[in-house]
Design a protein around this ligand. Structure first.
Ligand code: GDP
Length: 174
């Protein structure tokens, strides 16, 4: 089955985004506590596709051991790139992406797989801030022009249709 991969810094709204795309309330768990054992969650949707929830990164307080474990999980998963179909990295539209975000974006870009940025929490900014925010994200992550940055709100549903269209497009191409 094709795999749609979701990555993002902890607390960026990754679980909420997955739930919004599926129109479920508690499919992916919202508000996961830092320090929990990290693992990759695979959600099989209608026997058609996997949503792959990569463990959040960028917790301030994690041990070196946990960080190393995270790195190994990512290495393993990204090494199996033939199974990946489409990647989404979720960032907070209000903030300049972090160094960890840049690393994660590079990881996706290096695989050469189709990839898009979900700029979440769009409901938290003013209209006048939108262009500047998208530009900051694009520049900080060094995104090639063809990579979409999609304004999104897991809370309000903004951008849902655009993300689903990308997903459906890639599922039907499999
Ligand atoms: P995760 O750690 O990345 O899975 O993040 P969660 O989905 O648990 O969300 C973290 C927090 O951000 C929760 O309090 C959510 O209610 C909140 N949140 C997520 N998406 C949005 C959004 O689009 N708008 C707003 N205002 N809050 C959001």
């Amino acid at each position: 089955l094709p795999q749609i991969v979701f990555a993002g810094k902890s607390n960026v709204g990754k679980s909420s985004t997955i739930n919004r795309l599926l129109n479920r309330k508690n499919f992916a768990r919202v508000g996961n506590e830092p320090g929990k054992t990290i693992h990759i969650n695979f959600f099989r949707i209608d026997e058609k596709v996997y949503f792959v929830d990569l463990p959040g990164y960028g917790y301030a307080k994690v041990s070196k051991k946990e960080r190393d474990r995270w790195g190994r999980l990512m290495d393993e998963y990204f090494a199996s790139e033939d199974t990946m179909t489409l990647g989404f990295q979720i960032v907070d539209i209000r903030h300049k992406p972090t160094a960890d975000d840049v690393t994660m974006a590079n990881w996706f870009l290096q695989t050469g797989m189709p990839f898009a940025i979900i700029a979440n929490k769009h409901d938290k900014i003013k209209k006048s801030q939108l262009e500047g925010s998208l530009q900051t994200i694009r520049e900080t992550l060094h995104l090639p022009e063809e990579i979409p940055v999609i304004p999104f709100s897991a809370e309000k549903g903004t951008g849902r249709d655009e993300v689903l269209a990308l997903i459906l497009d890639h599922i039907s191409n499999e």
